[in-house]
Ligand binder design. Structure first.
Ligand SMILES: O=C(O)C(=O)C[C@]1(C(=O)O)C=C[C@@H](O)C=C1
Length: 376
């Protein structure tokens, strides 16, 4: 089901100076000189559409630099006056919203830690009521799409229609090459639920180190995200926060130059014809897949009935192991990744067990109802 959001198109509040839409600036505003000098260099790249800077920084551990505070708003004002770049800051409390709006900040964003807390989001939403300011909502730190959607809905319910989501990756206990796991599937899921909601990618926070920013940026564009937010510092080696993931304005410009811009469609008739032919082939195969899956489920039901009559358990671990091993190996021979084949089979197994449970429990209304609810 689609989300019921009242959203204005991105072009109604921000127009890319040059494709792709790029919002950039230092992780933290540190000094007036650092911020203003960075803003000028970014402006001169001819690539940057808006200037970002952290003024209030939510830090994981105490004792770290927690942002320069309200004085930074004055520096942003000067940077904007001198470069003409609209400004964007993170807000985490009602007071931040009031101060940022009073200082003429053009775009606000809700950070990942705030998105994870509905009380904080509601406080921000209440402070936004009656204001016509664009707001971007970062995904929550934990991979929970409902929290992300909930935050977007709260801000939208406050009357903010100039809205975008920011994909900045998700915390994970596992060690990985990324600082925050991209979990692209979650952003794709959001896009399918709210096709008109612009999604901007934050490759800096996903990557955690500058070497991966180009790769993540390209992937975001390939997934039809509407823009990029990338941290840039005049001298990243001395940055007070997130030094490893910031790039100089010159490096940023070079990075963007190396990206390939792609569009969701084309006017080239020959390309469209070829795509239509290939998609037609996919449609036929998908129909067959569904047909075969339905046939498999019918057989699983027959087995279920037989098991019920003969008091045999639904779960058959040995048989299941045998199926998994054989099919994963077969899949490997056909160039399917073991992980993919395993996931696909697990989905089939779960559904098969659900159907057999229904057969076993025929006449037990409460249990059947509970099973239905867990599979919505
Ligand atoms: O082989 C069975 O006993 C089945 O019920 C089929 C099936 C399956 O879907 O493949 C389902 C449940 C069992 O755990 C193992 C396999």
């Amino acid at each position: 089901m689609k989300l019921n959001l009242n959203i204005q198109p991105l072009s109604s509040w921000i127009t890319a100076t040059k494709e792709p839409l790029l919002i950039s600036g230092p992780c933290s505003a540190e000094t007036e000189d650092q911020l203003v000098a960075t803003a000028h260099l970014l402006k001169n790249t001819g690539r940057v559409t808006a200037l970002r800077a952290g003024i209030w920084k939510p830090r994981t551990r105490p004792g770290e630099f927690e942002g320069i505070g309200s004085i930074g708003l004055e520096w942003l004002k000067r940077a904007k006056a001198e470069t003409g770049l609209p400004t964007a800051v993170e807000v985490a409390t009602a007071k931040h919203v009031e101060e940022a709006l009073a200082a003429g900040v053009d775009i606000l964003w809700v950070g990942a830690r705030s998105t994870a807390n509905p009380f904080t989001v509601q406080e921000i939403a209440d402070a936004l009521k009656g204001h016509d300011v664009p707001v971007m909502v970062k995904n929550p730190v934990n991979p929970d799409i409902s929290l992300w959607i909930g935050a977007i809905e709260r801000i939208n319910n406050a009357g903010i229609t100039k809205l975008a989501a920011i994909h900045r990756g998700f915390s994970s206990y596992e060690k990985s090459a990324f600082r925050n796991e991209p979990m692209w599937d979650i952003a794709i899921h959001l896009k399918t639920l709210a096709p008109h909601l612009p999604i901007i990618c934050d490759p800096s926070h996903i990557s955690g180190n500058r070497d991966l920013i180009g790769y993540v940026s390209q992937k975001a564009l390939d997934l039809d995200m509407q823009g990029l937010m990338i941290e840039s510092h005049i001298d990243p080696s001395v940055a007070w926060t997130d030094a490893k993931q910031q790039v100089t304005p010159a490096a940023l410009s070079d990075l963007i130059d190396h990206l390939t811009l792609r569009k969701p469609d084309t006017n080239n008739a020959q390309v469209n014809d070829k795509l239509a032919e290939l998609r037609n082939n996919i449609d036929k195969i998908d129909d067959l897949l569904i047909q075969k899956i339905a046939e498999r489920m019918k057989i699983a039901e027959q087995i279920g009935t037989y098991k019920k009559e003969n008091n045999i358990t639904i779960l058959q671990v040995n048989r299941w192991d045998e199926i998994l091993n054989k099919r994963v190996n077969y899949g490997k021979a056909l160039k399917l990744s073991p992980d993919f084949t395993e996931k696909l089979l697990e989905l089939l197994h779960t559904e098969s067990i659900r159907r057999q449970t229904e057969i076993m429990n025929e006449g037990q209304a409460a249990g059947q109802q509970a099973e239905k609810l867990t599979h919505v």
